[in-house]
Design a protein around this ligand. Structure first.
Ligand SMILES: [Zn+2]
Ligand SMILES: [Zn+2]
Length: 239
């Protein structure tokens, strides 16, 4: 099956990514993606853009040469209560938020504290995806995380970049296997994300697919393959 969407893409506005929106859209078209979502890092990430970046995304057309453009953010989770670095006033102007744990913005606590941060952030109605919940530097109780994802209609991300051998994240293979196995058992949806920081990586899910195939993970539980699943996750008729 062909993926329709990549929601996790960083442009040069993130500060440590290297392509423009236009370059990334061109690659989305080369890969035959129907939808590309821009999720630059929230303002607490060193070198990322100001909050005004997110307020002003309405200047970006909804559709460019047949590709649907979604406007989002990869928000930084800041504490164990799931506070993020994007206020409601900005979130309500966006199509979605990914919420993630990142080393400069979040201090890893106990497994319960980290898990609480993720569960609380899922209760934020603007958060649709938990980005790369796969990093042993932030141990999580996956049983609780998967159940909370189901309850709050949030997708856990299988992050292609975490699975690169050069990734800074630790234990991704093993952690992704753990949460996908639970997702499979409980019928909870997951989403593939490239986490592209350069145009050529847009829509690259090759590492994700290796794990998906190994686990025999059901395609109907992968958001990227189904219009209905995409619309349901984003709570809008995008496709
Ligand atoms: Zn980044
Ligand atoms: Zn991230």
């Amino acid at each position: 099956m062909k993926e329709l969407i990549d929601l996790h893409c960083h442009t040069i506005s993130s500060g440590h990514a290297y392509s423009s929106m236009e370059e990334m859209i061109r690659q989305a078209q080369n890969k035959n993606l129907r939808v590309i979502g821009f999720s630059d890092h929230g303002p607490e990430m060193p070198g990322s853009c100001h909050l005004y970046h997110f307020f002003n995304l309405s200047v970006v057309p909804r559709e460019i040469n047949g590709t649907i453009i979604l406007k989002g953010v990869e928000a930084n989770i800041l504490d164990y209560n799931g506070t993020i670095d994007i206020p409601k006033e900005a979130l309500e102007r966006l199509d979605y938020a990914i919420a993630s744990l990142h080393p400069p913005c979040f201090k890893s606590g106990t497994i319960d504290e980290n898990t609480n941060a993720i569960i609380k952030v899922m209760e934020n109605p603007y958060v649709k995806v938990i980005g790369h919940p796969d990093d042993s530097r932030y141990p999580l109780n996956y049983e609780k995380v998967v159940m909370a994802a189901k309850k709050n209609n949030v997708a856990l991300e299988v992050n292609n970049s975490s699975l690169r051998s050069e990734s800074f994240r630790e234990g991704a293979q093993e952690n992704i296997r753990k949460f996908l196995t639970l997702c499979k058992n409980y019928g909870v949806k997951a989403i593939l994300g490239s986490d592209a920081h350069i145009s050529f990586s847009v829509g690259d899910f090759s590492n994700c697919k290796r794990i998906i195939n190994e686990l025999n993970f059901p395609e109907e539980l992968i958001v990227n393959y189904s219009k209905d699943a995409i619309n349901e996750l984003l709570e809008m008729e995008i496709l």
